[in-house]
Write a protein that binds this ligand. Structure first.
Ligand code: NAD
Ligand code: UDP
Length: 324
């Protein structure tokens, strides 16, 4: 039976991934320091004899024999990662070194969760994997952006120097049940505000854009990417002009403005008495973001299936239960 480690598995994405991998019949270990994650996300899994939880900070070395490691540990929302920027960048850099060392010693396959933030405030649109980005190295988002960029560098150096089987997935804004209600991300903020009849806080003009991917679509591509046999993956990458670059974008290419998102959420919660208000735009907030997912389509025949309206409805139902 395949043994899988998920670092950061008590968080939003990791908890969905753990559930799905258990359903596929694998043995799943979650390692998390519960910095932003919550055990309530994995309560439903604790009774499964194929599931185990280890309370551990990945900046400290660890040991275990696994076939696959999904490295998701890292605070992901701007509010969370800016609360403790030094821990954030340490998690990205020291954490991935510990994961890669384990992969090197045990021959475990690694899938590393990177982010669209490595493109910064992009000057190319939509963003392709070949784009190098436009990132402020010393701003308030840098602990996350530069941490993730450095972790990509480490992955590629362990791949080239030691032949570690590591794959990098650049995740664009993802939402769904199990998001932290107070993580400050736009989807959770707007839904919670609408449900509590509080003002909907648009930062800046609301004309900035994001592309929102539903969690189910993300989990689907994460597992496909991890499970692809190495030789086949490398052959296909070569044909597609990305030789020895196992890096893909994942996201939903439907681009919406933040004002459109607020309007849509208010439409889906018609009983809400919330009003839209405008607040200052945080520093270095990217203006536009939209993934080019051609590579993931060509490699896996994958594309997102869940429309924004459907995903938001599911997420609203989840947040309603957290309030009661
Ligand atoms: P999350 O905050 O819900 O989950 C992150 C988990 O990592 C939490 O359970 C947290 O406690 C744990 N963690 C943090 N630091 C740790 C450490 N030092 N040691 C052990 N565990 C630690 O965030 P998420 O949205 O589930 O994000 C998961 C991963 O996906 C992150 O690496 C994030 O950068 C990446 N990502 C997420 C999105 C998104 O839209 N959700 C977008 C791009 C990238
Ligand atoms: N945003 C907003 N109101 C909020 C929270 C976020 O207008 O209450 C904006 C934020 O300024 C950004 C976009 O929504 O332009 C997405 O923010 P989020 O923190 O979700 O993700 P990221 O900026 O990392 O893409």
């Amino acid at each position: 039976m395949k043994k899988i480690l998920i670092t950061g598995g008590a968080g939003f994405i990791g908890s969905h991934l753990a559930k799905e991998l258990l359903e596929k019949g694998y043995e799943v270990t979650v390692m998390d320091n519960l910095f932003t994650g919550n055990k309530s996300n994995i309560y439903g899994l604790l009774d499964n004899p194929r599931f185990s939880f280890i309370l551990h900070d990945i900046t400290k070395p660890f040991w275990g024999q696994f076939d696959e490691i999904y490295n998701l540990a890292c605070p992901a929302s701007p509010v969370h990662y800016q609360k403790n920027p030094v821990e954030t960048i340490k998690t990205s850099i020291m954490g991935i070194i510990n994961v890669l060392e384990l992969g090197l010693k045990t021959k475990a396959k690694i899938l590393h969760a990177s982010t669209s933030e490595i493109y910064g405030d992009p000057l190319q649109h939509p963003q392709k994997e070949s784009y190098w980005g436009n990132v402020n190295p010393i701003g308030i988002r840098s602990c996350y952006d530069e941490g993730k960029r450095a972790s990509e560098t480490l992955c590629m150096d362990y791949l080239r120097e030691y032949d570690v089987d590591v794959r990098i997935v650049r995740i664009f804004n993802t939402y769904g049940p199990n998001m932290h209600p107070n993580d400050g991300r736009v989807v959770s903020n707007f839904i919670m505000q609408a449900l509590k009849n509080q003002d909907i806080t648009i930062y800046g003009t609301g004309n900035q854009t994001r592309s929102f991917q539903y969690i189910e679509d993300l989990i689907n591509i994460l597992i496909k990417f991890m499970e692809k046999e190495k030789e086949e993956l490398y052959n296909q990458l070569k044909i597609l002009g990305r030789e020895k670059l196992p890096i893909i974008n994942t996201g939903n290419p439907r681009e919406v403005t933040i004002t459109e998102l607020a309007t849509k959420i208010l439409q889906l919660i018609p009983e809400s008495r919330s009003k839209i208000i405008f607040k200052d735009l945080p520093k270095d907030d990217p203006k536009r973001r939209k993934p080019d997912i051609t590579l993931a389509k060509n490699l896996f025949g994958w594309e997102p299936k869940i429309e924004l309206e459907e995903g938001l409805k599911n997420t609203i139902e989840y947040f309603k239960k957290t309030i009661i």
